[in-house]
Design a protein around this ligand. Structure first.
Ligand SMILES: [Zn+2]
Length: 402
């Protein structure tokens, strides 16, 4: 039996205007979804209803689409990366940190659980998850309730540091090929996953760590199978200069000459200095239909009949949302996850009253804390200069002696 949910009288909603081809505000909206899809918007629904949600104090928006995230590794950087930077590497700490701070598999899993929960609580419903393969990865994503596009990373070279000014590369092309094969298998398993909410993206990890032939083959696989493609490109001045040194062109010019720029190619980072010219409306379009377009999904990122029931209910009574002249500005500039109450993905209730239903945040945070302690312990063995974590990334204040 189909399950029908009706959201009644949403005080505000962001609806997709098909004629204008853009998102618009609407007031006092009724929206009905049946199983995984939106079936009706507006008054006059006469069919049966299994569940009713009172929308009088709610802003109803399409779920957000996050096109670039590293949920397994980044949560463990809390307290480490915020002010960490290497002057001779134009203040990026990426290389030094990722070589010296290595999280174990249990830590990556705990980080993923915590990040998935936090992303859902922020209104994200579709996540492009770019990570190294993890045991049980697809099942964990399905358990979270997110709609996920998995990108198992692979590369022909590993970064290497022997000093703080020169990034080296340890090339191992066969490892890159093996990684590509594993990635293809995981992507195919994602497509076939019984949750119906997983798919894959082809992700050679960085433009400077992949052989040209591997990069081209990865793009050809994405094109032939209709899948999206992404990589890190222009993510630091160090990388920019490395590509210019090797090829005499910028990373984006190099990617264009390799032939890997296409409508479904997502360039991660492409260091931008000016986001102030984007309005809230622009940002919201990018985080919804823009993301959907990059993933070639016209059924995501919009509230419209026929679209997937991926939607977010924001509490307009939350004081951080008020005064309520412009709900998206209140949400984005002020309230953020404090006001996100309920999230549905594929018609399934996955966040209720701000709490993820498929994940335990407290348990994940406790396991991540233990994993971070293990990671910190090993730093002197891994750092090129044998330093401790406290030397690389000191605490904000010195600890008083007892
Ligand atoms: Zn990244």
């Amino acid at each position: 039996m189909a399950h029908v949910t009706r959201i009644e009288n949403a005080a505000w909603a962001v609806l997709w205007d098909q004629v204008a081809g853009r998102q618009v505000y609407a007031r006092d909206v009724d929206l009905v979804f049946c199983d995984d899809s939106i079936t009706h918007i507006g008054p006059g629904w006469a069919g049966p209803v299994d569940a009713v949600i009172d929308g009088r104090e709610r802003l109803l928006i399409p779920g957000l689409i996050n096109l670039h995230s590293h949920p397994q590794s980044e949560p463990a950087s809390k307290g480490i990366r915020e002010e960490h930077g290497v002057p001779a590497q134009f203040m990026t700490g990426l290389y030094e940190r990722s070589l010296a701070f290595r999280l174990d598999e249990a830590g990556r899993r705990a980080g993923a659980e915590l990040a998935y929960a936090d992303l859902l609580a922020s209104g994200v419903t579709t996540l492009v998850e770019l990570s190294a393969p993890l045991d049980g990865w697809l099942d964990l994503l399905a358990q979270s309730g997110l709609r996920a596009v998995v990108g198992p990373g692979f590369q022909s070279a590993r970064w290497r540091l022997e000093n703080d000014w020169e990034l080296g590369f340890a090339w191992d092309p066969p490892a890159g090929r093996r990684g590509f094969e594993v990635a293809q298998r995981i992507i195919e398993e994602a497509d076939a996953h019984p949750s119906g909410c997983l798919s894959g993206i082809v992700f050679p990890a960085q433009i400077e760590t992949c052989e040209e032939a591997l990069f081209r083959d990865a793009f050809a696989f994405a094109e032939a199978s209709g899948r999206p493609f992404t990589t890190h490109i222009s993510q630091s001045v160090v990388e920019f200069r490395e590509i210019v040194r090797r090829h005499g062109k910028t990373p984006v010019q190099f990617a264009a000459d390799l032939g890997v720029l296409a409508p479904r190619s997502i360039l991660g980072h492409v260091a931008s200095r000016d986001i102030h010219s984007a309005t809230t409306g622009d940002l919201f379009e990018m985080a919804t239909v823009g993301g959907a377009r990059a993933l070639a999904r016209d059924d995501l990122g919009r509230l419209a009949v026929g679209a997937k029931a991926d939607l977010v209910l924001v509490d307009l009574a939350e004081p951080a949302m008020r005064p309520l002249r412009d709900p998206l500005k209140s949400l984005i500039y002020h309230a953020a996850d404090r006001a996100v109450r309920d999230v549905f993905v594929d018609g399934r209730h996955v966040l209720a009253d701000g709490q993820p239903l498929g994940l335990d945040r407290h348990d994940a945070a406790a396991r991540l804390e233990e994993a971070q302690a293990r990671m910190i312990e090993k730093v002197p063995e891994l750092d090129y200069a044998g330093r401790t974590a406290a030397e690389i990334a000191p605490l904000s204040l010195p600890l008083a002696s007892p």
